[in-house]
Design a protein around this ligand. Sequence first.
Ligand code: HEM
Ligand SMILES: *[C@@H]1O[C@H](CO)[C@@H](O)[C@H](O)[C@H]1NC(C)=O
Ligand SMILES: *[C@@H]1O[C@H](CO)[C@@H](O)[C@H](O)[C@H]1NC(C)=O
Length: 378
Amino acid sequence: MAFKALAIFASLASLVVAVPQASPDAATTASVRCPDGNIAPHSACCPFFALRDDLLENLFQGVCGEDAHQAVRLIFHDSIAFSQSMERKGIFSGGGADGSVLVFPDVEANRAENAGISDGVQGQLPFLSRHPVTAADLVQFAAAVGITNCPGAPRLKFFTGRPNATAVPPEGLVPSPADDVTTILARFADASSAISPDDVVALLSSHSIANADHVDPDIQAVPFDSTQNTFDTQLFLEVLLKGIGFPGSANNSGEVSSPLPIGTAAQPGELRLQSDFAIARDPRTACTWQSFINNQELMQNAFVVAVDKMSRIGLKNPQNLVDCSVVVPQPVAKVTKPATYPATKSFKDIQQACPKRFPSLASDPGATETLVAGQVGT
Ligand code: HEM
Ligand SMILES: *[C@@H]1O[C@H](CO)[C@@H](O)[C@H](O)[C@H]1NC(C)=O
Ligand SMILES: *[C@@H]1O[C@H](CO)[C@@H](O)[C@H](O)[C@H]1NC(C)=O
């Protein structure tokens, strides 16, 4: 009885909400009422409301901490493992954005090229068993949800419909920080012809909320910019500063000298990847890199577009994905503070590689080197 009444109510409700949507993506789909009462553009979106709430409460726990960082890194390590050129030669090259990192949790996570992803993988596995979604969709969705805990983050798109991985990708498809720019750009283009050098720069906005545990084996959680808990443009400014030393040992593969090497246990100094250094200065990418400095909105929008492209790598029928972006939460806060030079630094410390006018920025006050922000949460 109660069920029947509910069913009638549900069908009436879905009639009531079947109004045309303003967004072009939703224009052809009427809204549906999910079993849990949420309104979605398509029934395929329904499981993601409960998954979202579970992730926010039990994985990301209100901070832009390690779990959010890891979730954003995982979309890269899952998606990039695909090669169009190998596929053309008939060699199996993985499924791209297929969730293979979760479906075979003991394989890719143990490869040197993926050093550091295992915590992210282990953190997401319980959500795969609790929710009726594929591993591939979970990886993409978790990043879109997790990044909203980082002030300054954009609201990423989320589409569902990726099948589960059926096999692990071969090794050797994940770029290394020791690779040169030509190799890195070629690797992205081979994964998806849609990904341009500009998109690669945009994707590196992710290193604004990042730290390294494995580049220098002696020190952990060493951030790439002075504000690892904020999705801001400091990364693009700071990577252009002259390097003066290392936060830990010198001579690590994939690491070059940093402008802010001074560290303490709580504030470990800044670490610079050789790949970020080189992409910031390469003629193919330097102007896009520079354009993001102090231009939060440009960086955010470019990141949304590039992540969407990366999330379709290797998919056989990307046109069949269903847009569930409405389920993605609003980011917690905007960044309103302009980019600034760390204390003691100014334009004289910039190694400018793009001939266009450099933005005019203030320097943080203080007579000693800025100590970088430590990691929040666990
Ligand atoms: C040019 C290609 C890239 C290279 C060579 C690269 C390299 C690295 C390295 C070496 C680390 C440190 C890992 C560790 O030692 O713990 C790292 C961290 C990270 N990367 Fe990348 N990366 C690249 C592209 C990307 C992309 C496309 C994304 C996502 C859109 C991404 C997101 C992250 C994040 C969020 C972290 C921090 C993880 C944490 O704090 O736990 N990276 N990256
Ligand atoms: C995808 O794989 C995971 C892990 O093996 C499993 O829990 C889930 O039920 C699978 N989903 C589908 C739709 O096959
Ligand atoms: C780093 O490597 C260079 C060349 O291989 C060597 O000359 C130098 O002593 C090394 N520095 C350290 C601190 O190990």
